[in-house]
Design a protein around this ligand. Structure first.
Ligand SMILES: C[S@@+](CC[C@H](N)C(=O)[O-])C[C@H]1O[C@@H](n2cnc3c(N)ncnc32)[C@H](O)[C@@H]1O
Length: 206
């Protein structure tokens, strides 16, 4: 299916997602890179064990602000996101391949990526379990899935969660322990690292 961003192919649509609460990413897109602090680059590259020869998927990768900083550290970087305005900005950065897709149904073959990252996006996903299963499916054996989320046990994050509910944001924060448990059930070796008000879940596919 085509879309109104030149050079971008939108691969998957999942009908039921259209009935879910709002995701404000479309109108936040032009402001996003300016108002949201990126994660610490050294933490990110350490946890991802970069550089690598291989593909890295930035799922829910938005404007490509993370992908652009990792550009030299993997053979190919793919940003997949459902918001076309976000992806249009990723295209402008010319850092990576850009795919319009729901994380709940990724248009990639099994084991296509050596790394999958999900930064500040997991709590926005409509179907977190389906997305997690997709991240795991497209991850190659020996690869790493790294998910960064605001730590809902942190008081400031609880306030943000309330604010997002009040503004009809589509967000559902879960504890990192729950994400790690779901990944362990799929056979992952997991680790959790707390940095400031964020928590990183690192899952290795052995
Ligand atoms: C807060 S932004 C984070 C973007 C990027 N990871 C970053 O840190 O710069 C969340 C992103 O998740 C995307 N998103 C939300 N639900 C999605 C879904 N079901 N499938 C794919 N992307 C989704 C939004 O469009 C948005 O770009």
């Amino acid at each position: 299916m085509c879309c109104d961003v030149p050079g971008l192919l939108f691969w998957s649509t999942l009908g039921p997602l259209e009935d879910t609460p709002l995701d404000h990413s479309d109108w936040l897109a032009p402001l996003y890179d300016r108002i949201i602090q990126p994660p610490d680059h050294d933490v990110l590259t350490d946890l991802l064990e970069l550089p690598i020869e291989g593909r890295l998927l930035d799922a829910g990768g938005g404007t490509g602000r993370i992908a652009a900083r990792l550009q030299e550290l993997a053979s190919q970087i793919v940003v997949a996101d459902v918001s076309l305005p976000m992806l249009a900005l990723a295209l402008e950065k010319a850092c990576c391949a850009v795919v319009g897709s729901h994380t709940e149904l990724l248009p990639f073959p099994d084991s296509a990526f050596q790394r999958v990252i999900v930064v500040d996006a997991y709590h926005h996903l409509v179907d977190q379990a389906a997305s997690l299963a997709e991240f795991w499916r497209v991850l190659a054996r020996g690869g790493l899935l790294v998910i960064e989320e605001p730590d809902i046990d942190h008081f400031g994050v609880k306030l943000v969660a309330i604010a997002e509910k009040l503004t009809f944001f589509r967000s559902h924060f879960v504890r990192a322990e729950r994400i790690a448990e779901a990944l362990q059930a799929m056979g992952a070796q997991t680790d959790m690292i707390h940095v400031g008000h964020n928590v990183w879940v690192v899952a290795r596919k052995v």
